[in-house]
Design a protein around this ligand. Sequence first.
Ligand code: FRU
Length: 486
Amino acid sequence: MKFIVLVFMVLMGTFLNAFAQTYRPNYHYTPPKNWVNDPNGLVYLDGEYHLFYQYNPFGDKWGHMSWGHAVSKDLAKWETLLLALPEIQNPDGSTTMIFSGCVVVDSFNTSGLFNAGFKKGLVAVFTSHVSKPGQDLAQHQSLAYSSDKGRTWKYFNKNPVLDIGLTNFRDPNVIWWPSEKKWIMTVVKPLEYIVQFYSSKDLKKWDFMSEFGKQGDTTKIWECPSLVKVPVENSKDSKWVLMISSGHRQAAYLAMQYFVGDFDGKSFKPQKQNEIFYLDEGKDFYAAIPFYNLPKTQKNPIIIGWTNDWEYANDIPAGEGYRGGFSVARKLSLYTTDGVIKLKQEPIINSKVKTETLALTKNYVLNSSLGKKTQNSYRLILDIDLTSSKGFDLQLLKYENQYLLLSYDVSTKIFSVDRTKSGKVDFNKRFSSVETTKILPKNNKLLLDILVDKSIMEVYINGGKVVFTELTFPDNQSTSEVFSFF
Ligand code: FRU
């Protein structure tokens, strides 16, 4: 009898542990199955936030690019809807994949695509990528439209609407410019590190206005540009921010850079900056774009990014049938420091996420079981007083000798995230890595707002002035979080 009970307990243990090891996040959106990359067409309409995204309906690796669709009322809980924009088989045997783009609300029916007087028409502006097996034929910008809040779509019958004869020309992001009643498209020539601005009265005919580029980080191609107005905190000012997905501080990885400047409806002029500004110091934040048409009361833009890195994106564990996901929504604001204006990001997060807030001073040793209690899905807010300490180590998602390590060295001011011992790392040799960046403490303190969600970790430091987003694949359900000063 004892033996049977023992066998039963061992089996149950194995079962429970297998269950606990799931990598699917709880409060970050992931698709029910298959591959995702960039968020597309982020738009708010009638109490609903829409998240469209690059999606492969047929598998868990990149391919057959189409737009998937999810909606949320609070940016926290998402509901997956039917496929929005499927890839197209053309009569000549070529295929048009639906690459990244945006969605606008055509409230004045400038496009004429809707019934007269209809104010809630959605227009998707996306890159139509035409190819035949082994051959890329064209990239141009095209339209699709929906009269039922994104539930069903029609492709415009005169696509494409912007074609400059290139095979690399993509990722349109469109805003409305009220003073001239025109649309402005920000789009990129990836291989040339050039962002172009076009204008249009009807979303169908586009005129070139200006371009910006060949500066900042040009270590990787440029993708997914967007131009967004962001308030400067503690002032009545706002500035234009140009976000571009491109290279990372560390060679050959991907990240996002941004420029802060002025935009007069025609061209973008950046402020003088002596260094490259990255939105996120981690390896897994890319292709973020802002929401269009946020309620007027929401003065700050909100973005969502893809939590993955093309360096290993197709190889990350996908045992649960899906591959890739998205960051939590982030509110953007600007602040001034040493005469330059920079971005900070604040997570918008479900109040149901189990949260622990702690103030840590000298000699504090934290040994928490938050991860164990929440099955690796929690928020940990640490206010760390560095007076009389040389730095600290924080081991997250710890199970025996496996953990994700966050540390800070007071003498060098280097903050680092080390996932070399974090669990599964060998599915791609580029995955195991350490990220570092310099951070100055504020009043001798570092404030860490850490979001841990099974396989995604986002840490917002000092009010979101520095952010790291990292994937991590622990082999076991964690038993503790261990913090120690040194
Ligand atoms: C960025 C990107 C875009 C492109 C899309 C294709 O991750 O390469 O430039 O439109 O993904 O899926």
